[in-house]
Design a protein around this ligand. Structure first.
Ligand SMILES: Cc1cc2nc3c(=O)[nH]c(=O)nc-3n(C[C@H](O)[C@H](O)[C@H](O)COP(=O)(O)O)c2cc1C
Length: 325
């Protein structure tokens, strides 16, 4: 049992994914069976200096409660100040603040943020400790196997995080060097689970209900987190919940996939305005992947910035598929 979702014995979490897990997508994943979701990663510094674009990432939906905000930053004072502010403001449903110590992006690392903190445990400890002291909400930490193959220090990092006051850990079984390539190392997740007594969420390479069961069995983790497996496939949460319950799973029809893409687009435009049609392009490509004639439709979708046009393209495509759908 986990502190943020006592009703959920083995939580299945939607990962934070910058540029992907927008509010509309998170709502869809929750409706499909995700037990928890996070904002995209939010710069503590951006919030501190009043960036409106950064603050807009804090928007959450009443349909995703409880949820977490994920912060990244390298300055203990700034991260803890923002963790305190978030806990003191009114954010209904906000259950925890997660600290990103795994992001592999060069731009983030060059500021000493994200996975750069796996090379600087004293600083990571100061950040976690300061945030845990300042905030009345639990502070959780998401990190990787290590920075590179020669420095796979997830276990030492996990112990440090627990001692510094972290309430839960999420481990992605790849190093920063691997980015998203190769296979996730589930042994390291098992080793972290054994090393600490706070809940450990396993993450990496869950693309099906069977993968979810396998990750749980392999690591003894307290819950699992899904990232890329949900891209264009929020139905994966339905599949995983069915697998966990030992029930059969009926995959979505093409019509349901297209209808979900349409609902996602409409809701995203409602939340973010017309520019969201551009943001929808990659989602639409993912929703349609593997469908007959999808590449021709993708080219059309990539050429429009209008929701009405996008709706009409998808609706016509759905009718054209008819027998398949
Ligand atoms: C496009 C993309 C964006 C991501 N953004 C974040 C992020 O904002 N915060 C974070 O902690 N991890 C981020 N990640 C990492 C994922 O949360 C996850 O740890 C990783 O993809 C491994 O899980 P998977 O094998 O299920 O994809 C991102 C991953 C991808 C592919």
């Amino acid at each position: 049992m986990l502190f943020f979702a006592p009703q959920t014995e083995f939580p299945v979490l939607l990962a934070p994914m910058a540029g992907v897990t927008d509010l509309a997508f998170r709502e869809i994943c929750r409706a499909m069976g995700a037990d928890f979701s996070y904002t995209e990663m939010v710069s503590a510094k951006g919030l501190y200096y009043g960036s409106e674009r950064t603050a807009s990432l804090l928007a959450a939906s009443p349909l995703e409660r409880p949820y977490g905000v994920q912060l990244f930053g390298a300055e203990p004072e700034i991260v803890s100040e923002m963790a305190k502010r978030l806990a003191n403001e009114s954010h209904p449903g906000l259950a925890l603040i997660d600290l990103n110590m795994g992001c592999p992006a060069r731009k983030i690392i060059s500021n000493g943020e994200g996975s750069a903190l796996m090379r600087d445990l004293p600083r990571a400890a100061r950040i976690i400790e300061a945030a845990a002291k300042a905030s009345s909400l639990p502070i959780t930490v998401k990190f990787r196997k290590g920075f590179d193959a020669a420095h796979s220090n997830a276990v030492a990092f996990a112990r440090m995080a627990e001692e510094s006051g972290a309430a839960m850990l999420t481990v992605h079984g790849r190093t920063r060097e691997q980015m998203y390539s190769g296979k996730a190392d589930w042994d390291i997740i098992a080793a972290v689970k054994t090393a600490v007594s706070i809940p450990v969420i396993g993450n990496g390479d869950v693309f099906s209900g069977q993968d979810a069961l396998a990750l749980r069995a392999h690591t003894g983790c307290d819950g699992i987190m899904v990232a890329r497996g949900a891209e264009g496939n929020p139905f994966i949460f339905r599949e995983i919940q069915a697998a966990l319950a030992g029930k059969p799973y009926a995959p979505p029809t093409n019509a349901e996939r297209i209808d979900t893409a349409l609902a996602h687009a409409r809701r995203l435009v409602e939340c973010r305005g017309a520019r969201a049609v551009i943001e929808m392009r990659k989602h639409v490509a993912w929703y349609l992947s593997g469908m007959r004639g999808a590449s021709a439709l993708r080219a059309q979708v990539n050429a429009t910035g209008s929701l009405a046009e996008l709706e009409s393209m998808l609706t016509q495509y759905k009718h054209a598929l008819n027998g398949d759908a």
